[in-house]
Design a protein around this ligand. Sequence first.
Ligand code: HEC
Ligand code: HEC
Length: 238
Amino acid sequence: MPMLTSLRIFCFAFGLVFLPARAHAAAPEQESGKEIYGPCAACHGDLGQGGKRGEYPRLAGQRAAYIEYTLKKFRSRERINIPMFPYTQERELPDEDIKTVAAYLAGIQLSTKIPDFKPTDDALTRLLAMEKVMIIPKLEGDLENGKRLYQEECAYCHGIDGRGKTRFPMLVGQYTNYLQKQINAYIKGERLHDKVADDEDEEDGKSKPKTVKLGVLNRLTEKDIQDILAYITHLQDE
Ligand code: HEC
Ligand code: HEC
């Protein structure tokens, strides 16, 4: 049981008020976010950089609203994720912890540029700086076609720079393998893609421009998808 949870149960049992955030003077939200993230790091990496070439996706810099929304989908099994399911249970990860950890992860910035080291920088300094660098290998493809398709079909939700917005996930900087696996899952109907957004927009009373047509992933060819993914790997430099 994570320390925070057991502490909370203890406090609850003895009628104490539990104020973890107040305990730290500096950036309290960040400290508790880091603590909640502790058990997650085994798979997603200390800085949320993911691992095993995208078997564990990157979380650093992902949109907070999307992380929150997705963790709740794992919990309710609307999105199946067997390795993570136990970590998302209310007892382990209450709603307020979801909010805190999502904000913490969204705030981690990784660079796509190798820093200019000074000859005097020692090995440890270099190592620590390199841990904050994450470069997705460039994928081959027709970049012109990828750009046109991305900007026409994806940018409305995922942002013109591919960095997402609100609860639409960032795609740039994410492992290509992982993105491809998710696209396959959407096409097979194992995950719901843009339809979710549409239903929620209707509830909000908003409507999207007529040029945005749903079910886009099912209308693309394999080559088109490859081109879009290639374009996304090139967008990371901008
Ligand atoms: C045992 C390994 C493991 C642990 C521990 C784990 N995860 Fe995951 N997580 C995964 C895997 C695997 C996926 C990708 C599932 C897929 O391919 O759909 C994932 C996916 C995610 C995603 C979705 C990313 C996206 O872009 O859609 C989020 C968010 C996430 N994890 C957050 C967390 C948080 C927060 C914790 C800790 C409370 C955590 N994970 C702990 C294995 C793990
Ligand atoms: C109408 C809005 C909309 C459009 C347009 C759209 N998406 Fe998405 N996309 C979403 C939403 C919402 C999600 C998260 C849905 C979920 O819960 O699985 C998502 C998730 C994804 C994911 C999974 C990301 C992750 O971290 O797991 C990929 C990959 C993706 N979209 C690719 C694309 C591509 C490529 C296009 C254009 C061809 C596109 N999307 C167009 C709304 C949209």
